[in-house]
Design a protein around this ligand. Structure first.
Ligand SMILES: Nc1nc2c(ncn2[C@@H]2O[C@H](COP(=O)(O)OP(=O)(O)OP(=O)(O)O)[C@@H](O)[C@H]2O)c(=O)[nH]1
Ligand SMILES: [Mg+2]
Length: 217
């Protein structure tokens, strides 16, 4: 009998190094090497910075706070010396001045519109709430600009499995009213590390397919 060894198509992504590199107020300064960037956006306090820490396996990498509005710049973290996780400020935080809100909004869209190295944008949505107006407006604006995105439902540990499934279902239905096809969706918890493998595997796959595409160009 011949034993056939099946190679796994999706290599598990091991995080060997995770290092803070820089902060900017829009598009990071030009780099010598154009490394792929994976950016995280969502309402203030949704858990962007916590998720970056959870994915990187370093609780102290990005600064987090229970008070919304903690991240105020575009912060990049170099992973395995070959790709970046990018932490963006949150949108929809009502307790800052109009001018500060406009400044953060400009920073977010400057990065999204102009970063040549962003190959994937994750939009984070709190799994406990219905889709908020600001989330929907943000998603619609991405759609209008033709910017592809994936969705991550955060704070999954805060609900029981039935309530969690019902809420996620309801949010997906709402999104389906506007999009013919749902984007890839993930459910995560920075507390229990749920969803870590799935998101990292998706990132690994994207890096692989982007590398293959640029080889054939
Ligand atoms: N239970 C639980 N708490 C979480 C989770 N993710 C984040 N939090 C908490 O939510 C709060 C906000 O987390 P951050 O990671 O700072 O949120 P953010 O989206 O980066 O916020 P801004 O930078 O202000 O836009 C903190 O108190 C975190 O501890 C999670 O998965 N589970
Ligand atoms: Mg933050």
């Amino acid at each position: 009998m011949r034993i056939i060894r099946i190679e796994t198509e999706m290599p598990q992504l091991k995080i060997k190094t995770a290092v803070y590199t820089d902060s900017s107020t829009g598009v990071p300064a030009r780099q010598e090497r154009n490394l792929p960037e994976f950016a995280f956006i969502g309402r203030s306090n949704v858990g962007k910075s916590s998720l970056i820490n959870m994915l990187s396996g370093n609780r102290k990498l990005a600064h987090i706070s229970s008070t919304p509005g903690k991240t105020q710049t575009v912060n990049r973290f170099l992973i395995n010396e070959s790709w970046y996780l990018v932490d963006l400020p949150g949108y929809g935080f009502a307790k800052v001045s109009k001018s500060q809100l406009a400044k953060l909004d400009k920073m977010i869209w400057d990065y999204i519109d102009r970063s040549e190295n962003m190959i994937l944008l994750f939009v984070l949505i709190d799994s406990r709430h219905e889709l908020m107006k600001t989330d929907l407006e943000f998603l619609i604006r991405l759609g209008e600009k033709g910017i592809p995105f994936s969705i991550i439902f955060t704070k999954a540990d805060k609900s029981g499995p039935v309530a969690l499934a019902a809420k996620i279902d309801s949010i997906k239905r709402k999104i389906s009213e506007y999009w013919e096809e749902l984007p890839p969706c993930f459910v995560t918890s920075a507390e229990t590390r749920a969803g870590r493998e799935e998101v990292l595997e998706y990132i690994a796959q994207t890096i692989k397919s982007t590398a293959n595409t640029s080889k054939t160009e």
